[in-house]
Design a protein around this ligand. Structure first.
Ligand code: NAD
Ligand code: UGA
Length: 471
């Protein structure tokens, strides 16, 4: 059993603290956000993460997990002085894509000023290469009492929506430090997880995190580029991904074409790595392309909608899904939120619905009708765009959706539906890279019947839903 302090109770910190407590350690979670801590003390979760609430309750009841806003209380409890201090504060995108380290600095200063005994500072936030050395400098210069300390980088690889299971079943644990014995002390915490543990130097550990996220983002942009080519040539990117994925050297994971990556990490981390490279006089051309392709995916959906609906001014567009991915309430860099803004700029009236992220979305969206469910959303829409692949969107009552809509244009930003099924249900359906054009000697056509056995409805601009004519 170790005495652990976790600083920052967001998606990473709260999951980390709770899982370490569940593994039998005594954990104090600290945050400067007083409302968050007050809520946590009443078992009210600040984030939506499946399974988290039950685990927090269990460990609070067992007196292994507690919450505070006081650095003194979190670090210097005489009965349980903190041995390991995990830093899990945000590192958002700053100027020119550079990671903003203001919260990391604030933590380093506070810890240095308050702690009254030797500690190991373990950095879990994603930070630019060299930050571990910088944190050590900040602590050294701020220390109230000259206490010995070490800095270990321990990047986190969990995903939102499956954070607990990812934390408890990691593919690997990466630890970087100039102090091998400090890294080994952190490694001991993870032994029960039986995962491979890699100990390396600080800078290498920091780079492993950026390289991993950049690689996953690259896979996504790669398949999106292939999707665009598929679309032009009449191939189906979903099947292409399956066919590629059987090759063990490639793997099927992260080859889902669609609206591209969002969230609080890939966008900012690819930007931060690009910035780091630029500062060193390197030219990260591939990273630039990854970001460009990702931006273009969202724009392409707006173009498709404009083309199919015969313009967007005054049209009603419904966005299904506002969280950046399913099973989270996180809307940071969410494709769904971006689409709301892009359709509004294009002159459309926008409606939106998300099963979990409505409260967060309401804080950032203006002039959007937030709906009760998918059918309320569909009502009166000329275009529906599926932006997040929530389970409840996977088996919609398609007849009902189509009946509610004014024009039956359905753009599937996550390629959830089978095009033939959607055509059969009377939708003008577009996925991304689903090969709805068959290639002929004269170029792609729009006739799907040869492949899917169902012909695609076309829109009659002057009419309502009933006027949809079959080719
Ligand atoms: P978050 O924004 O959800 O939470 C950060 C928390 O830190 C907030 O509650 C904030 O109030 C608190 N905080 C800020 N300054 C503080 C201070 N001085 N003292 C105490 N608390 C302070 O962030 P997150 O999504 O959990 O990400 C944290 C870090 O982990 C980032 O660097 C991120 O890149 C990285 N990461 C995130 C994920 C993820 O899935 N979200 C996964 C792996 C790594
Ligand atoms: C990602 C990484 O997967 C984690 O390993 C990492 O710890 C985390 O970032 C981080 O550093 O914060 P997360 O952002 O929670 O996790 O979610 P992912 O499942 O990776 O999805 C990221 C985005 O990519 C989502 O918008 C998702 O819709 C999109 N995506 C994912 C695709 O467009 N296609 C895919 O094939 C996979």
């Amino acid at each position: 059993m170790k005495n652990i302090t976790v600083i920052g109770v967001g998606y990473v910190g709260l999951v980390t603290g709770t899982c370490f407590a569940d593994m039998g350690n005594r954990v104090v979670c600290l945050d400067v956000n007083e409302e968050r801590i007050a809520h946590l003390k009443q078992n009210i979760m600040p984030i939506y993460e499946p399974g988290l609430e039950e685990m927090v309750r269990r460990n609070v009841s067992a007196s292994r997990l507690s919450f505070t806003t006081s650095y003194e209380e979190a670090l210097n409890n005489p009965e349980a002085p903190a041995e390991l201090v995990f830093v899990a504060v945000g590192t958002p995108e700053g100027v020119d894509g550079e990671a903003d380290l203001r919260y990391v600095r604030a933590v380093a200063e506070s810890v240095a000023e308050v702690v009254d005994h030797p500690i190991i500072i373990v950095n879990k936030s994603t930070v630019p290469v060299g930050t571990g050395d910088w944190v050590a400098d900040v602590v050294m210069h701020r220390q109230a009492n000259a206490m010995s300390f070490s800095v270990v980088s321990n990047p986190e690889f969990l995903r939102e929506g499956s954070a607990i299971s990812d934390f408890l079943n990691p593919d690997r644990i990466v630890l970087g430090s100039l102090d091998r014995s400090a890294a080994e002390a952190v490694a001991q915490l993870y032994f029960p997880l039986r995962a491979p543990i890699m100990i390396t130097d600080l800078r290498t550990a920091e780079m492993i995190k950026y390289a991993s996220n950049a690689f996953l983002a690259t896979k996504i942009s790669f398949i999106n580029e292939i999707a665009n080519i598929c679309e032009a040539l009449g191939a189906d990117v979903k099947e292409v991904a399956v066919g590629m994925g059987y090759d063990k050297r490639i793997g099927r994971a992260f080859l889902d074409a669609g609206l591209g990556y969002g969230g609080s990490c890939f966008p900012k981390d690819v930007s931060a790595l690009t910035h780091m490279a630029n500062v060193q006089g390197k030219h990260p051309q591939m990273l630039q392309a990854v970001m460009q392709i990702n931006d273009d995916q969202r724009r392409s959906v707006v173009s498709k909608a404009r083309e199919l609906a015969g313009g967007l001014i005054g049209k009603t567009v419904g966005i299904l899904g506002l969280a950046f991915k399913p099973n989270t309430d996180d809307i940071r860099e969410s494709p769904g939120i971006d689409l709301v803004h892009m359709f509004q700029e294009a002159g459309a009236v926008v409606k939106a619905y998300d099963p979990v992220a409505m409260l967060n979305a309401a804080r950032v969206l203006k002039d959007v009708k937030l709906c009760e469910d998918s059918y309320d959303l569909a009502q009166g829409c000329d275009v529906v765009v599926l932006a997040t692949e929530w389970n409840e969107f996977k088996n919609l009552d398609l007849d009902r959706v189509r009946r509610e809509m004014r024009l039956p244009i359905f753009i599937d930003g996550r390629n959830l539906y089978d095009p033939a099924l959607m055509y059969g249900a009377g939708f003008v359906y577009r996925g991304l890279g689903r090969g709805y054009g068959q290639v002929t000697a004269n170029g792609p056509t729009n006739n799907h019947s040869a492949r899917n056995g169902a012909s695609q409805p076309v829109v009659n601009w002057n009419g309502r839903n009933a006027a949809v004519a079959r080719k």
